[in-house]
Ligand binder design. Structure first.
Ligand code: S3P
Length: 432
């Protein structure tokens, strides 16, 4: 489905964007390993997280809903049932990689596949360290690509340096570590999102964290996990689109309610502030062990270009496309480097962003590991491709709001992967 987005006068309003995708995935995956019933309030019902629900049902976990609250009937650390058929991971890298960590230590055989995009994404980064733990994983290209097979085995703990600072890899190893003899340690050059370790700690796992020059997290073999009650906050990666719109469109002001502001996740908001945007966190509080805030964002006409370097990427890894969009309105050249991980997301996001910016009349340069965006540019408008990547579709929809001739987005309906209500929410805050 194509969408066409035109210039608007302003945006105003209050929005509670959908719940956090990372925490929603974990609220099913980790609780399915607990002894008993966990509850999940404000679970994200979107393409990727519904894939997780589906997969865990096929692994024998009862997941039901009572008055809008999801209940996960955990069956213990080794309670999964062998799936009768191939597991379809859809578009979801998080479901795939975390589930490899779950299945590696179960007494079963499973085959995992996914859609065209997911079948191109690298799995060796998780399969290799899991193999070091004794996991039996095979697949296309020597176990690099889906479809992958896993035959559960008895695991041993390892120490692993997570060079790419991937939270999915870290999470897979910590999950496998619950069932592995001894201790499993993951070290990171830059701390990636820490929802897995936080949740596992609350569930009673033997988690040890050391936050020195490098970040390190260890888990020991665990007998059982307690069920937990989780209330999922709003996703900062979804809130980012509306924050960007408010910053760029004249006369705008928006309040984004209940947003997760965990420091491993809110790098985009900190970067906007550094650019000179008017952003305020209010009502900062805690919700099931995670910091949340209501974020007020106002039109900010005097934005300055910024540099984004490698160490900053993990806390804003999914927000680089929308940051690039904002950079088109900042004085000077924004230079983003150390972001080669973007090439292996739902699409090659470096290529997708640069190509699309050029298609709407913006000067941008593609780097191996990032991009350079010239600021204070007029957005002519034109036709862009989402490459069936939800974040590309939403980022360029937001750019359409300040375009002279409008922006038409190919396959814009892929927004449903993380934000099914995106276009309705956009309509609801637009002042024509
Ligand atoms: C995620 C981790 C990140 C992120 C993805 C969600 C997670 O991926 O891009 O959208 O929930 O753990 P990497 O682990 O590949 O950095």
């Amino acid at each position: 489905m194509e969408k066409e987005i035109h210039k608007i006068r302003s945006i105003k309003g209050v929005l509670r964007v959908p719940s956090d995708k990372s925490i929603s995935h974990r609220s099913i995956i980790l609780t399915s390993m607990a002894e008993g019933i966990s509850t999940v309030k404000n679970f994200l019902k979107a393409g990727d997280t519904l894939t997780t629900v589906n997969v865990y049902r096929k692994l024998g976990i009862k997941i039901d809903e009572d008055k809008g609250v999801i209940r996960v009937h955990g069956k213990g650390l080794k309670g999964f049932q062998e799936p009768e058929d191939v597991l379809d991971m859809g578009n979801s890298g998080t479901t795939t990689r975390l589930t490899l960590g779950v299945l590696a230590g179960q007494d079963l055989f499973a085959v995992l596949t996914g859609d065209e995009s997911l079948r191109k994404r690298p799995m060796k980064r998780v399969a290799d360290p899991l193999r070091q733990m004794n996991a039996v994983i095979d697949g296309r290209k020597g176990g690099e690509l889906l479809p992958l097979s896993v035959r559960g085995s008895s695991l041993k703990g390892i120490k692993f340096f997570n060079q790419k600072a991937s939270a999915q890899v870290k999470s897979a190893l910590l999950i496998a570590g619950l069932n592995a003899d001894g201790e499993t340690t993951v070290e990171e050059p830059y701390k990636s999102r820490d929802h897995t370790e936080k949740m596992l700690k609350a569930m009673g796992a033997g988690i040890k964290i050391s936050n020195g020059k490098i970040y390190s997290v260890s888990v020991t073999k665990t007998d059982s996990l307690f069920p937990v009650d989780i209330d999922v906050p709003a996703d900062p990666s979804s809130a980012a689109f509306f924050a960007a719109a408010a910053v760029m469109v004249p006369d705008s002001e928006i309040v984004l309610k209940d947003v997760l502001v965990n420091p491993t996740r809110d790098g985009f908001f900190r970067k906007l502030k550094e650019m000179g945007a008017e952003i305020e966190y209010t009502n900062v509080r805690e919700k099931t062990r995670e910091p949340v805030a209501d974020i007020i964002v106002k039109h900010s006409p005097d934005l300055k270009a910024v540099k984004v370097s490698k160490g900053e990427i993990p806390s804003m890894v999914d927000e680089i496309p929308i940051l690039a969009v904002v950079a088109t309105q900042a004085e000077g050249e924004t230079v983003i480097t150390g972001a080669s991980e973007l090439r292996v997301k739902e699409s090659d996001r470096i290529k997708a962003v640069v190509e699309n910016l050029r298609n709407v009349g913006v000067e941008a340069i593609e780097l191996d590991d990032g991009m350079i965006i010239k600021g204070k540019q007029k957005i002519r408008g034109g036709y862009v491709d989402s490459f069936k990547d939800h974040r590309i579709a939403m980022a360029f929809s937001i750019l359409g709001l300040i375009s002279e001739e409008g922006i038409k987005i190919k396959d814009a309906d892929c927004a449903y992967i993380s934000y099914p209500e995106f276009f309705e929410h956009l309509q609801s805050v637009i002042q024509k």
